[in-house]
Design a protein around this ligand. Structure first.
Ligand code: UT7
Length: 326
């Protein structure tokens, strides 16, 4: 039986930094409010000419280099994103071309901020089924292009960037143990970009009413997130006959420090076992887990056979968890 092992990680963020102080000049907010309510200090924002495939490609190169994998070896490229370069073709096809990964099938997957966990699960399934040997899974976003810098309830939250992992089919106990995905479409209204799709195509009206920007009922999302993430994490542990005490590192979607703290508390995790980089990147949606995974990896925070818990929550609403034996 094959398992998917992560043999390389990579990430990339734009050079430009937007600080809480900068935001104070744009909307009625304060560094103190943003820090205490979210844990975010600054976020990286794309420059003109940069877009989601820019960061996805750079993250992919870093991950492939660490993995010692040539692009031609890739069987598949999956990009989790809600901010593609354009409605079609996919970001994955732009990346495939730039990498010259000519053998790889390529497609995007939309699952809100849970996009990376959904993409990881799809990649893992192809490997477990014995169909593929090497898959590149990317989470990449340029949410700044969909952020309303007149709306203080959302503009302080989001940042841009990408993270990537190379999955390899390997024998043995190390690798992805299980993934658990959920959705509840009853809550589509809580977090959405309503304009620009087939329901509300771009028009003067849609632009004037700012429908091409993210709208979120943050407080409602917050409450559902804490409950759902706890359930997903406990299900993942139970499925593998593990408990919170077995977790060596929690790498959570970096949406809000208070959400991550609440999950860590419910799993009884010491702060040292919780990876955080929200203060530097904000919420990068699908990119947040693979960026964090790459940073943790490069900081040697994971040892061979460590148990790593990933969890994420986002638009849909969608959520999920994954357990990895590193
Ligand atoms: O990644 C996808 C999933 N998304 C999430 O997981 C996000 C989940 N939600 C959150 O992280 C939090 O709900 C937020 C950080 C978005 C908001 O924090 P909150 O503690 O839920 O605040 P709130 O929305 O209940 O707002 C509290 C107050 C309000 O003022 P009043 O009505 O009490 O007078 C807001 O208008 O804070 C006000 N407020 C702000 N004040 C200063 C909202 N945004 C700001 C701001 N600066 N940027």
């Amino acid at each position: 039986m094959f398992r998917s092992r992560i043999i390389g990680t990579g990430s990339s963020v734009p050079a430009r930094v937007l600080t809480n102080k900068d935001l104070e000049t744009l909307v009625d907010t304060s560094n103190e409010w943003i820090m205490t309510r979210t844990g975010i200090q600054e976020r990286h924002i794309a420059a003109d000419g940069e877009c989601t495939s820019t960061f996805a490609y750079r993250a992919a190169l870093n991950a492939l280099e660490m993995a010692g994998t040539a692009p031609e070896e890739l069987d598949m490229i999956i990009v989790g994103t809600i901010s593609p370069d354009m409605p079609m073709p996919s970001v994955a096809c732009f990346v495939q071309h730039r990498l010259k990964a000519s053998r790889a099938a390529a497609f995007d997957l939309s699952a809100g901020c849970t996009g990376f966990l959904y993409a990881l699960t799809v990649g893992d399934s192809f490997i477990r089924a014995g169909m593929h040997k090497k898959i590149l899974v990317i989470g990449a976003e340029t949410l700044s292009r969909f952020t309303d810098y007149q709306d203080r309830t959302t503009c302080v939250l989001f940042g841009d960037g990408a993270g990537a992992v190379v999955l390899s089919a390997e024998q043995g106990e190390r690798g992805i143990l299980s993934t658990h995905l959920y959705a509840d479409g009853a809550y589509t209204d809580y977090l959405l970009i309503s304009g620009g799709g087939s329901m509300t195509p771009a028009s003067h009206d849609s632009i004037e009413s700012r429908q091409h920007f993210i709208k979120m009922d943050g407080n409602k999302v917050f409450k559902i997130a804490v409950k759902s993430l706890e359930e997903a994490a406990l299900t993942a542990l139970e499925k593998n006959n593990l408990t919170g005490a077995d977790i060596n590192l929690l790498i959570s979607h970096q949406a809000n420090l208070r959400i991550i703290d609440a999950i860590a508390k419910r799993l009884n995790l010491h702060p040292e076992k919780v990876f955080l980089n929200i203060e530097r990147y904000g919420n990068t949606s699908s990119a947040s887990i693979p960026i964090a995974l790459d940073e943790a990896n490069r900081q040697h925070r994971m040892k061979k056979n460590d148990i790593i818990l990933l969890d994420a929550f986002g638009a849909g609403l969608t959520w999920g968890a994954a357990l990895i034996r590193w």
